[in-house]
Design a protein around this ligand. Sequence first.
Ligand code: NAD
Length: 337
Amino acid sequence: MKLGWIGLGRHASQMLLPKLAGLGAEIAAVCDPAPDALSRGRLLAPAATPYTRARDLLAHPGLDAVGIAVGPAVHAELAPLALARGLPVFIEKPPGATAVQAEAIEAAAERARKPAVVGFMKRHATANRIAWNATRQPEFGALAGFLGHYMTAPTYFQGNPDYAGFYLHHCVHYLDLVPWLMGPLSGLRVRKHETAPGRLLLHLDMDCRSGALATLAMGTLQSRGAPVEWWQVMGDHRRVEVRNVTEVRYVRDPAFKVDDPDATLTEAADTLVWEPNPTVAADEDHKGYRALLKGFLARVRGEAADVPEIGDGVRAMRRLDAMRRSIDTGDRVALEA
Ligand SMILES: NC(=O)c1ccc[n+]([C@@H]2O[C@H](COP(=O)([O-])OP(=O)(O)OC[C@H]3O[C@@H](n4cnc5c(N)ncnc54)[C@H](O)[C@@H]3O)[C@@H](O)[C@H]2O)c1
């Protein structure tokens, strides 16, 4: 399979291109207008034809698909052009700067009848996947509530307390992840607390169509040097918790142990814990990029694969638009079915 890749910045060069090579995809053409990025891309894919203009890459003969990891406006501009050429696309998040831009990509994918896969890799992180599967077991009961926080640092905004990048590059992940876990949302309301310019804490109160309650805090008040990503989904006498995408705790309904001198841990009731094994000599990607790209390659081959596609991207961007409106007005914003 021959891929063209547009945008050879930090993310593509560190995370995506090495994974694609490991999955056996051939990077036949690369594009970036920045000379240092282009030479970095050529080191990663020495046989690839280099381009500085994306439109020239899209005309490269023999491509089976294209990947784009640049930024919201360029994703919205280039994905429809690739699809119009009949090329399936992988688009990093966010799929545009607004829901309207994401909808234009969706319309182009429908016209071309080609897949447009979006980089919501958190769905594919090992821990999140384990937890999602646990919540889908009948014994988990109805999903009653979600509680989580997902923080970053103010460093992105030094000298420029414009939260657009925080919303588009950071918050959008959880506006996909929460409904992936809890089902569709009917509305949301945001409260904000800004302790200083660039230092923001958001509280999202999300209404699930099922009646479940979802509460999420996101903000720019924590260090990038220490991860702050935690969530819990509550069922009936069960809950599953994921901490920093590296620990799953599945809490069930254990017996009291204090008066039982023979108390031990039982397979059926006590808490189960999973964590990755960093001692194995294997290049395991528990963040989900490899699994997501593997699914994308399957979609390019015309196979079914459980990957986030542009319809998911449109819904996440509608929630993001609703979040921005609620931040401005303080009102609850309804989300259409
Ligand atoms: N899913 C994730 O976990 C994740 C993580 C990091 C970044 N991302 C996303 O990936 C995208 C890129 O992020 P990044 O951190 O690599 O940014 P970056 O700034 O390091 O890289 C962007 C690259 O695109 C190039 N570029 C700009 N305009 C271009 C054009 N018209 N055609 C081709 N190349 C162009 C730039 O020269 C630069 O090299 C963003 O949308 C970001 O949100 C996703």
